[in-house]
Write a protein that binds this ligand. Structure first.
Ligand code: 5GP
Length: 207
């Protein structure tokens, strides 16, 4: 059984990460969503166990101490973490998994040496990020400059990622992510366990 591929999807806020991820999961078979754990309050439309597993801080810390997370962060004052067991089970069963996480968590996954494919989703233009940060235009010039600086910083993390997808239309972004997943599945190292390669001659280096 071939291991699944671990996809790590991050994006600056407002890039449409949730929509693209949802549409990708609908389209692609053998891809699971890793439901994260959080201590932030549940929003009205959210379902416990579907959008997140909502835990108290104490419960979260217990799991953290038990080594239950693949990565975890404090974001906007709340804890977030990716449950390790689910991801490992799925990958071992040949099912690919997508983590929809912010950049510091993605950096932890990368640093841990786990074999993952890192995808950064961006809106088509810088002004799309600025618009989201600038809101309704009631801010002072200093505030606008500060928010522009934040938007620029949010883009600088791109160097950690393997792929960039532009969310021009959701369906195009989904197609591109599906293509990335397919290409990753055909990496040579993932194909060498095919029967045909079991008959391959041993070669000297450089032959
Ligand atoms: P929200 O609270 O708005 O649902 O999520 C805030 C941010 O945390 C989003 O960027 C979301 O993708 C990210 N996030 C959600 N779950 C996790 C997680 O388990 N780990 C990390 N590192 N980020 C997460």
């Amino acid at each position: 059984m071939k291991r699944g591929v671990l996809l790590i999807l991050s994006a600056p806020a407002g890039a449409g990460k949730d929509t693209v991820c949802e549409a990708l999961l609908e389209k692609v078979p053998d891809l699971s969503y890793s439901v994260s754990t959080t201590t932030r309050p549940k929003r009205d439309y959210e379902i416990d166990g579907k959008n997140y597993f909502f835990l108290t801080k104490e419960e979260f810390k217990e799991r953290l101490n038990a080594g239950g997370f693949l990565e975890n962060v404090v974001y906007a004052g709340h804890y977030y973490g990716t449950p390790k067991a689910f991801v490992e089970e799925q990958l071992a069963q040949g099912i690919s998994v997508i983590l929809k996480i912010e950049v510091q968590g993605a950096a932890q996954v990368k640093a841990s040496g786990i074999d993952g494919v890192f995808i950064f989703l961006v809106p088509p233009e810088f002004k799309d990020l600025q618009d989201r940060l600038i809101g309704r235009g009631s801010e002072s010039q200093a505030e606008i400059e500060e928010r522009t600086r934040i938007a620029k910083k949010e883009l600088a993390v791109v160097n950690m990622y393997d792929y960039v997808v532009v969310n021009d239309t959701v369906s195009e972004a989904v197609n591109q992510m599906e293509a990335i997943l397919l290409a990753e599945k055909h990496k040579r190292e993932r194909m060498l366990d095919l029967e045909i390669f079991q008959h391959m001659a041993e070669t000297e280096e450089g032959e």
